[in-house]
Design a protein around this ligand. Structure first.
Ligand SMILES: [Cu+2]
Length: 857
């Protein structure tokens, strides 16, 4: 239906439009004729399944496999973090516990917090999102399957390094928030802090990958004609989560990079004596750390909004209000970080603002809680296992919310700050707001994962042990905190009145641990001995149950269309009466829609089994390993290996021939993704640049913050030569030229001169990068003062992006030479353009910034 010879700007209109030019409406989509379900299954299974045996472990990219791996691995780390928690409780059971020495105790509480946050909570929600999203949205896979696999291996390797450090006695010990100057070279000379900084950053790569992937999948990989306003609530929650991850993680990643550079090379970002400030770390950390609470709460709340109506035999109350509450939380959560810094000495005006915002955040939370209670009131609640965990959530989370409002009051906060009261509060919020809903989710979706039904009684026993154990442990900590017991102390010999409360806490802690062990045992028993579950055991109306149990690798034999939006469609979909039935071309295909309306636009051909993700994560890992070993001169080799791998990712993205449109339904054919401009890769690049821009903005925040607030300014005289400004302007000019050429190349993609254009663009981008190098070398010694260190970071940012821009230009040129561009095929051109603009814009700001510093100094 796309006319390949049609020219001009309108030719992309082939996507989502009928031959006569009108948009594809739901009524235009006819049902495909039914086929034999078994034949379709065999055809799809052959295309979609993982390779057998160990090869499958290294090459699988399927969202089902990767999502389950994420979840299983996160539960292993949860068990390790739980054992550490029990060691803490054993130590505190008596007033001068001789179980651990102070040094080991510091490592253990730091590792407990870091593991639970970075290796359990975030990966578990990523795993759930990866596994579940295509199923509830009506797609066959996530938008970027290889990215899922890359994220998993980065998580696995990084997490393993962090945990192994404990065995070698070099685990991080500066608290999970890693405050400077405690974690700077002077006070933490070992590699403990480096393990945290490098390991967590490595794991964060997987979080960024997941955030990009979740955002793009929700916006563009939904069932045909499922508008944003009608998608399942879970998708809204996960969209909110992924947006917060895109905006919340970059400050932490930047902070980790800066602190590691300070530790490794002596650049003084946080060193007061040389113009830095430890407060900069706190701001960057809590810019991430506070939204983090909502990043893990939102998916859990999404699970609640899914499970509660189904187990109450009704529909959710107030869909619109809940969506508004989710959006409200996303905005509010970013305004709150400073409430973690009440007592570091900030202006009173700011205190008042953050106190108000902290109290205000209770409003969207309350809207959701009332919607859930109303839903249960309207319906008939059946107290099956997932519902028990929902009740556990209510009992725990509401209590955590109330103490949160208490802590939002500045006078009370001054009293309770850094006592066990805060420890109790945060565990009520995190366990109530994340662990209980996630256990509900696991027991709810387990039949779809295993295809089996659980053994009666075990799950209930586990629930009661966890609930009683939890409240027994943490309720008392409010009291120990009010009695004044500070956090993070290993012994309290002078305060015998805290002892009996701690002892009872520790005993209940063991009860809770037994409950979690029983939960795990229940899952194993279900796998081994559960009887086969019948289809749709909860009688849920949602699309995730419109498939056989356990869920097949391709999810749907044909994708749900406008008339098949719920679980009743299971048989028609299995018979191929939906869209894109089977795998007639032998490719992994899924439908891509317009973000808002859900009108079908084109067909995406997804990557199949490949070892590239594991090889890439090994390359990135080699860089981190060499940094950790202090082999700084070898570390560039790791970067080089990573760049080589990155180059290979682009290899499968192109095609040299025009493929005929794929038949989606009778009389409706759509172009394949190679022949459209607005691909998933393009949307993904936009999402990634949003995160990148946030990172850059955090860096600018650092410059502003240190310049205004830090002691030790003004900075010493610069050796800024008069030759540097013309050089910088020449670099900017070269970047501007390459940006313009990237546009011209796309406009001239059918001309014989295309290769000349891309080659010229490559040359201009390369010149821009080459001119940055002497500029970087001409800067003042970055170890001298924070201003010089920040300049180094700003110019380093431009250089790093220059390298990527040159690689994209080279990719565009190679695409042109190989005939991958022409007609409707644009190869790497759109993404190259996008990146060029970003490089140019940030570089202009950087040069302006340095000039302004010179003028104002
Ligand atoms: Cu907070």
């Amino acid at each position: 239906m796309t006319d390949a010879t049609q020219q001009g700007p309108g030719r992309d209109a082939g996507a989502g439009v009928l031959p006569d030019g009108t948009a594809i409406e739901a009524a235009d989509i006819a049902a495909s004729p039914p086929q034999r379900a078994l034949v379709l299954h065999r055809q799809l299974d052959k295309v979609w399944r993982d390779l057998p045996g160990w090869r499958g472990f290294f090459t699988s990219v399927n969202h089902g496999t990767i999502g389950l791996r994420f979840m299983a691995t996160s539960f292993v780390f949860f068990a390790i973090g739980g054992v550490l928690a029990m060691m803490i409780r054993a130590q505190l059971a008596t007033r001068d516990g001789a179980f651990l020495d102070v040094e080991l105790y510091n490592q253990i509480f730091t590792m407990h917090g870091s593991i639970m946050m970075f290796l359990f909570a975030i990966p578990l929600l990523e795993g759930l999102a990866l596994w579940l999203l295509p199923k509830i949205l009506g797609a066959r896979d996530m938008a970027f399957p290889r990215l899922s696999a890359l994220g998993y291996f980065c998580y696995l390797f990084g997490g393993t390094v962090i945990v192994l450090s404990l065995l070698f006695g070099v685990a991080p010990d500066g608290g999970w928030f890693m405050y400077t100057p405690l974690t700077s070279r002077t006070y933490s000379p070992g590699i403990n802090a480096d393990i945290w900084l490098l390991g967590v950053t490595f794991v964060e790569i997987s979080a960024m990958a997941a955030a990009v992937e979740i955002t793009v999948t929700i916006l563009r990989c939904r069932a045909a004609h499922m508008p944003l306003t009608k998608m399942p609530l879970m998708a809204w929650y996960l969209l909110g989560t992924s947006v917060m991850m895109l905006l919340g993680f970059p400050p932490l990643i930047l902070g980790s990079i800066l602190l590691e550079v300070e530790r490794a090379f002596g650049w003084p970002f946080f060193d007061v004596a040389r113009g830095g400030s430890p407060l900069l770390w706190q701001h960057l950390f809590w810019l991430f750390g506070h939204p983090e609470v909502y990043i893990i709460f939102l998916p859990a709340a999404g699970a609640l909004s899914t499970i509660i109506p189904i187990l109450s035999r009704t529909t959710i109350l107030g869909y619109g209000a809940i969506v508004a509450a989710v959006i409200g939380l996303v905005f509010l959560s970013f305004g709150l970080w400073v409430h973690h810094m009440f007592t570091v000495g900030i202006p009173h005006m700011a205190l008042a603002f953050f106190s108000a915002a902290s109290a205000l955040v209770a409003v969207p939370t309350a809207i959701q809680i009332f919607a859930w209670i109303g839903t249960m009131y309207e319906g008939r609640v059946t107290l099956r296992l997932p519902m028990l965990y929902v009740m556990g959530f209510f009992a725990t989370f509401v209590m955590g919310g109330l103490t949160g409002v208490m802590l939002a009051m500045v006078p009370f906060n001054w009293q309770a700050h850094d006592t066990h009261f805060v420890v109790a509060h945060l565990h009520y919020v995190l366990v109530g707001g994340f662990v209980f809903p996630m256990l509900a989710a696991v027991s709810y979706w387990m039949p779809l994962i295993s295809g089996r039904w659980r053994v009666a009684g075990l799950g209930e026993a586990a629930f009661w042990l966890i609930l009683i154990g939890f409240h027994g442990t943490f309720f008392l900590m409010h009291l120990t905190g009010l009695l004044g017991m500070p956090r993070r102390v290993a012994t309290y010999p002078g305060d015998p009145e805290w002892e009996w409360l701690n002892l009872i806490s520790s005993i209940f802690g063991m009860v809770q641990a037994a409950g979690f062990a029983l939960f795990a045992f229940d899952i194993v028993m279900q796998w081994l001995f559960g009887r086969r579950s019948w289809r749709n055991p909860w009688k849920a109306p949602t699309l995730d149950w419109a498939m056989p149990l356990p869920a097949p690798s391709y999810n749907f034999a044909s994708l749900p269309g406008p008339r098949q939006p719920d679980a009743d469609a299971i048989l028609p979909l299995a018979r191929g009466e939906g869209l894109l039935p089977g795998a007639p071309r032998g490719w992994r295909e899924t439908l891509v829609v317009e973000p808002g309306s859900g009108r079908p636009q084109h067909v995406m051909v997804l990557a199949t089994n490949t070892a590239l993700p594991v090889a890439t994560s090994a390359a990135i890992g080699s860089f981190f390993a060499m940094m950790l070993a202090g082999l700084y001169w070898l570390a560039p080799l790791g970067i080089l290996a990573t760049l080589i791998m990155a180059w290979r990712w682009g290899e499968i993205m192109g095609t040299t021939t025009d493929h005929p449109p794929a038949e989606v339904a009778p009389g409706l054919s759509l172009p394949l993704h190679w022949q459209v401009r607005n691909t998933l890769a393009h949307t993904g690049a936009v999402a990634l640049l949003v995160a990148d821009a946030t990172l850059y903005a955090s860096l600018l925040f650092g410059v502003g913050f240190l310049t205004v607030v830090a002691p030790g300014w003004p900075a010493p005289e610069t050796g800024f030569g008069p030759w540097m400004l013309p050089l910088a302007l020449a670099a900017l000019a070269a970047m501007a030229v390459s940006t313009v050429i990237a546009h011209l190349a796309e406009a001239r993609r059918d001309s014989a001169a295309l290769r000349v254009w891309t080659l010229a663009g490559l040359g201009a981008a390369g010149l821009g990068l080459a001119l940055l190098a002497p500029l970087a070398l001409g800067l003042d010694d970055p170890t001298r003062h924070a201003r010089d260190a920040l300049r180094g970071a700003v110019v380093g940012f431009a250089v790093a992006h220059g390298v990527i821009a040159v690689m994209l230009a080279l990719r565009a040129h190679v695409d042109a030479v190989r005939g991958r561009i022409g007609g409707d095929r644009r190869g790497a051109l759109p993404v190259w353009q996008l990146f060029q603009k970003f490089w140019l814009a940030t570089s202009i700001v950087s040069v302006a910034l340095i000039c302004a510093q010179e003028v104002l100094a």
